[in-house]
Design a protein around this ligand. Structure first.
Ligand SMILES: O=C(O)CCC(=O)C(=O)O
Ligand SMILES: [Fe+2]
Length: 825
């Protein structure tokens, strides 16, 4: 039909537009940025609509039903549905675009950041304000500064702002309250009924996209057991999360949104004397909360009036509430299983290792606390530090009290607010905020080590509370709100409290750590000041504000006295990088280490790319010579961008992986350029190489050599340990950078060396860590004794004559592959 034809004819490639937008942003071409990003957003929305519509169509057409319900039909349904969606999409779209990074950017609403910047620069203040408002509504905590720019401007009325992502029924909420107050019940009924069906529709759309993601997953990961385990778990979590998305109204999650609509509705029906309808609404309400006393008595009253009528709750909600509860219980159960399989360090180990290293001691353990799930440690803070933190909390309270800013939570100081108020508003003491962040990180590390989590533990909430809180809240039942609960919670006390019931007496520096599934609350906390922490094992539920604030704070602190590096600082802020080490920490000049250049998924994508290359094998000489040129105890394999692009042409590697390789190395170049020249000079690539070093099992005994002997990258090392900048060395190289892709191997630390080859500084590789240094500095790599160590190595030159041809060739090959694809069958 017409809509389909329309979609087919236009070019639906939001990805290309988005990539063009990014280039325009870098070139500060604001009008182009505005056009590209607007088009990209527009195209993205229409592709999304097609995806939803195909998913829904396929669901209705086949034997396929909701995936999470009938497990036995699962596989057949999955395959049938996958074929259906694929053919539906290919009919309606020229191509099925998918680009991991761009799709992620859309999920994080980055296009609206670009839109805001561009609109502001070209003077389209209306569009800028709307983009700012859209971002603000999506995450009030993170974006509470964005609207300020407009608040001061003449003629801007906040109520006129448009949230581009507004759901149709979000405005209804105010209307409902208003009609209720005015007692206009007929209208109220109409609005609520309409809202209910819109909510239902939105929920179905959201769930369809979860299924679409699952099928995508199934196509990319052919291992069936992965699809069935990881894929389905993600699918259920995604669907449970739909509830949060759908019931977030103007930026705030309203937990019982639907249930409460039925409360208003029953009342409205009662008021217009439609008792039967009112009774049905009460019954429906009770599906959500079965033991609500008030609603039960409403129902009783209605039934008395009605006599013996046959009444039931609304059918659709019988099914959806059952489904929602089941899914929430499944997610909760999954979490419980995860929590139960956690290993814990023994008491002796904690005493010996934590006592020595961190000054912590055990106050009480599971046995004493009548439960397996918690431990209480002492010594996280001393008296002075506790005072500093309670003072921080008090200072915050009084600032928040005076502030007109409605968004600061008055009773708790979040990490995000602490960092903003210290760095930007200069209203909180930096050293105290630093202490706050430090102790929180210490708590996370302890928890990590205690449960053998290997770093896979992430912040999902941190609050320094300043209020009198009653009991700490626990999540001990598989109710919907608990499905979203953290895997581990911790409470750190800042003062002592003598009159407490319960097993644990609060005390300065005492922390209770407990994992999910815990049923008895060991404490009655009436403590005024404490830090509440929640951790999650799932990288996807990382609290982005906390993470970004920690990075920003640490970076800014590390960059004090680095004013001349403002371009570098700008990129650090833009990309949420974290300065891990600066020159002083590295015992030298002209060098830096930053983290977060890549995320885990991207590292994996690039490591997989390296794998493709080594599997194909023809890029390298025979097996024997895969041994490292530097040591016989390791394999060594590398891939240039051109080779990677050829693999795409041969359909052996993902295009996305290669563009990521090019783009992330380019970003690393920009970081290095901003650091070393502060934008005053350009540095060019001389050589780019994706390399893995792998320990050869059985060749590690008595190993004396290094993985890479001490050297400098632009000179010939002499016997007397001097280095002469002459050929055959790559004398053109001025700066070097290594971007690490993993840390899960043994050995393999990078080292800076002194003139006499003694160690100056050591650096442990990890995914997304970038080290940059003057190419003339002595450095090397410690032996990799187990596993494989992968990195993107880059060398830069100030001489444009050496600008690396290989990268351009790679890009051409990729572009060519596109043309072939577009012309192909
Ligand atoms: O991989 C590393 O950490 C350093 C490698 C290196 O120095 C080199 O390849 O020149
Ligand atoms: Fe090197």
């Amino acid at each position: 039909d017409q809509q389909e034809a329309e979609l087919r004819d236009s070019d639906k490639n939001y990805i290309d537009y988005y990539l063009k937008a990014k280039v325009a942003f870098e070139e500060k071409d604001w009008p182009a940025l505005f056009d590209y990003v607007s088009t990209s957003i527009h195209e993205y929305e229409s592709v999304r609509r097609v995806k939803v519509s195909c998913s829904q169509l396929c669901k209705k057409g086949g034997t396929y039903q909701d995936i999470t319900t009938e497990e036995s039909k699962l596989i057949l349904n999955l395959i049938e549905n996958s074929h259906c969606i694929r053919s539906c999409l290919s009919k309606r779209l020229k191509q099925t675009p998918s680009n991991y990074e761009v799709d992620k950017a859309f999920k994080l609403l980055e296009p609206y950041e670009y839109l805001l910047a561009a609109a502001f620069e070209i003077g389209n203040l209306k569009a800028a304000a709307n983009a700012a408002y859209t971002l603000y509504i999506s995450n009030p905590e993170l974006n509470n500064d964005k609207l300020k720019r407009f608040g001061d401007l003449e003629g801007f009325d906040e109520s006129l702002f448009v949230n581009y992502l507004e759901k149709s029924y979000e405005v209804s909420w105010d209307k409902i309250l208003d009609l209720y107050q005015k007692e206009e019940f007929k209208k109220l009924i109409n609005v609520i009924e309409e809202t209910l069906s819109e909510v239902e529709e939105e929920t179905e759309k959201c769930r369809s996209l979860c299924d679409y993601d699952l099928l995508n997953f199934a196509e990319n990961d052919t291992a069936l057991h992965n699809v069935l385990s990881r894929g389905l778990i993600e699918n259920i979590k995604c669907k449970v999360d739909c509830k949060r998305k759908v019931q977030t109204i103007k930026g705030y999650f309203i937990e019982n949104f639907v249930r409460d609509l039925f409360d208003y509705l029953q009342f409205a029906y009662y008021k217009v004397k439609k008792i039967k309808e009112a009774a049905e609404c009460s019954l429906t309400y009770l599906l959500f909360t079965a033991d609500d006393k008030r609603q039960k008595s409403n129902l009783k009253y209605y039934l008395q009036i009605l006599g013996q009528e046959d009444l039931s709750p609304r059918k659709a909600y019988v099914e959806t509430t059952r489904r929602d509860n089941e899914e929430a219980a499944q997610v909760f159960h999954l979490k419980e299983i995860e929590a139960q399989t956690l290993k814990k360090r023994s008491e002796e180990e904690i005493v010996s290792s934590f006592n020595k290293r961190h000054g912590l001691s055990i106050y009480a353990n599971g046995n004493e606390l009548k439960g397996e799930n918690h431990i209480v440690v002492d010594g996280l803070l001393n008296e002075e530090e506790c005072n500093a933190l309670t003072e921080l909390a008090t200072a915050y309270s009084s600032v928040a009290e005076k502030s007109e800013h409605k968004d600061y939570k008055k009773e708790v100081l979040t990490v995000g607010d602490a960092v903003q108020m210290a760095l930007r508003d200069k209203k909180l003491d930096i050293l105290r905020v630093e202490k706050y962040l430090e102790v929180v990180e210490k708590a996370r590390k302890f928890t990590d080590l205690y449960f053998y989590l290997d770093g896979k533990i992430y912040y999902s909430l941190i609050e320094l509370t300043t209020k009198n809180s009653k009991d700490l809240e626990y999540c001990d039942s598989p109710e919907s709100s608990c499905a979203d609960s953290p895997d581990i919670t911790a409470s750190l006390f800042l003062e002592s409290e003598s009159e407490v019931e319960g097993l644990v007496k609060p005390n300065c520096g005492r922390m209770i750590v407990q994992k999910l599934g815990h049923r008895v609350s060991p404490i009655q906390n009436s403590n005024r000041y404490f830090i509440k922490m929640e951790f999650s094992f799932n990288r996807r539920s990382i609290h982005q504000t906390i993470q970004n604030s920690l990075s920003l704070f640490n970076s800014v602190r590390k960059m004090e006295n680095m004013e001349e590096k403002e371009n570098f600082l700008k990129i650090v802020q833009e990309d949420h990088l974290e300065v891990f080490k600066r020159e002083d920490d590295l015992n030298g000049t002209d060098r830096f280490v930053v983290d977060n250049v890549l995320d885990e998924d991207t590292c994996k994508l690039l490591i997989d790319l390296a794998d493709t290359g080594s599997l194909v094998g023809d890029g390298y000489p025979g097996m024997e010579s895969r041994t490292s040129p530097h040591t016989n105890s390791e394999f060594f394999a590398g891939m240039t961008p051109k080779r990677a692009a050829e693999l795409v042409k041969e359909k052996k590697a993902l295009k996305e992986a290669v563009t990521t390789y090019l783009r992330k190395s380019e970003r690393s170049r920009q970081i290095a350029e901003s650091y070393f020249t502060n934008g005053k000079k350009q540095i060019y690539f001389d050589y780019t190489h994706l390399v893995c070093r792998e320990a050869i099992e059985g060749a590690q005994n008595n190993r004396q050599d290094l993985s890479h002997p001490i050297h400098a990258d632009n000179c010939v090392m002499q016997k007397d340990k001097t280095c002469i900048r002459t050929r055959p060395a790559y004398v053109q190289r001025d700066y070097s950078a290594i971007l690490y892709l993993n840390g899960d191997f043994e050995g393999g630390k990078f080292l800076f060396a002194n003139q006499n080859f003694t160690t100056q500084a050591l650096l442990e590789p990890q995914c997304g860590r970038l080290v940059g240094f003057n190419a003339g500095h002595y450095h090397g790599v410690l032996p990799v004794t187990k596993g494989r160590r992968c990195a993107v190595a880059m060398w830069f030159t100030l001489d444009p004559n050496y600008d690396e041809l290989n990268r351009y060739t790679a890009q051409e090959i990729l572009d060519e592959a596109d043309i072939v694809k577009a012309m192909g069958p």
